[in-house]
Design a protein around this ligand. Structure first.
Ligand code: SF4
Ligand code: SF4
Length: 293
């Protein structure tokens, strides 16, 4: 068997695949979750357009989530999770979620579906001080927490905090930091897909954690449901297969979902985790390929 493995490795290396070692088939699962922590994008575009954005928001034309699809998906997850009791956290994200013209309606839908689960809106905060009174009232009445990521931009963070307090709305800064020190992080994409998917998945902090639901599908991370924006903009073809998501309408129960999201998926072959770059100084995106590779 060992000789056979060596032969396969030699052949793959000769074909140009960078095979360091052939990994065992098992052992790459992450610990099984017992509660679902999930994000759902309300928009895919953003009003900030940060360099290296891992949702590829700078590459997206204006695009709002259809609330009928949103409602149907949340209802299905609620049914799978004992009316949301199996939900650790629902985060409404983007892009920039506050750009959605029906944001108030979206918040009510989320709370109707998940009666007791914690629900957060994660925003860059740019629009918050301009949000009309009904928005604040709905956040308060539906126990929606506002979470602001502190980007180093000209924005009245203290004013936002005070406004939330004055409206009786739960609020905190992302990472609970009081300092403005947001930097960016990039997991370079290997356009040839020559990474070891098992190792990428195992080392990736997003896998089994940044779980994203979109259009009836659930993904182990937020990268895969957004990669088509990157492909379209740069005319590339990083392929997503049926094995990269689980269909929430076909899943029997949450247990099946938990089993799926803890295991490597084919798309991980595009993530060069070992080449990750940290603490990239924040800036506005120039929409150049080098930001993501
Ligand atoms: S604020 Fe968030 S979603 Fe918007 S561009 Fe920056 S990182 Fe992306
Ligand atoms: S595709 Fe895999 S390695 Fe890449 S971010 Fe998602 S889970 Fe991580």
């Amino acid at each position: 068997m060992r000789i056979l493995k060596k032969c396969i490795k030699k052949i793959l290396n000769a074909l140009g695949y960078d095979v360091i070692r052939i990994p065992p088939r098992k052992g790459y699962k992450k610990p099984k979750r017992d509660l679902l922590r999930m994000t759902y994008n309300l928009t895919n575009h953003c009003n900030l357009n940060c360099k290296c954005c891992d949702n590829f928001a700078p590459l997206v034309e204006e695009e709002f989530t259809d609330l009928e699809i949103f409602k149907r998906d949340l209802k299905r997850i609620a049914a799978l999770s004992n009316m949301g009791k199996g939900i650790e956290l629902l985060q409404l994200t983007g892009g920039e979620p506050l750009l959605h013209p029906q944001i108030n309606e979206a918040l009510k839908i989320a709370r109707d579906c998940f009666i007791t689960a914690p629900i957060e809106i994660v925003t860059n905060g740019i629009l918050l001080l301009r949000m009309p009174d009904p928005f604040w009232q709905i956040c308060r009445e539906n126990k929606i927490t506002i979470v602001v990521t502190k980007y180093p931009i000209n924005i009245d963070h203290q004013g936002i905090k005070e406004k939330a307090a004055a409206n009786g709305v739960e609020f905190h800064f992302y990472g609970d930091t009081e300092q403005v020190l947001k930097t960016m992080h990039c997991v370079p994409l290997d356009l040839n897909g020559r990474q070891n998917k098992n190792e990428s998945f195992t080392k990736c902090y997003k896998s089994n954690l940044c779980i994203k639901c979109r259009n009836g599908k659930l993904y182990t991370c937020s990268l895969i449901p957004n990669i088509h924006y990157f492909n379209n903009y740069f005319n590339l073809n990083l392929r997503v297969s049926k094995r990269d998501h689980i269909d929430i309408y076909k899943a029997r129960d949450l247990d099946e979902i938990f089993e799926f999201i803890r295991k490597p998926i084919p798309f991980c072959k595009y993530c060069n985790i070992d080449g990750s770059r940290y603490d990239i100084k924040w800036d506005v995106s120039k929409r150049e390929l080098t930001e993501w590779v």
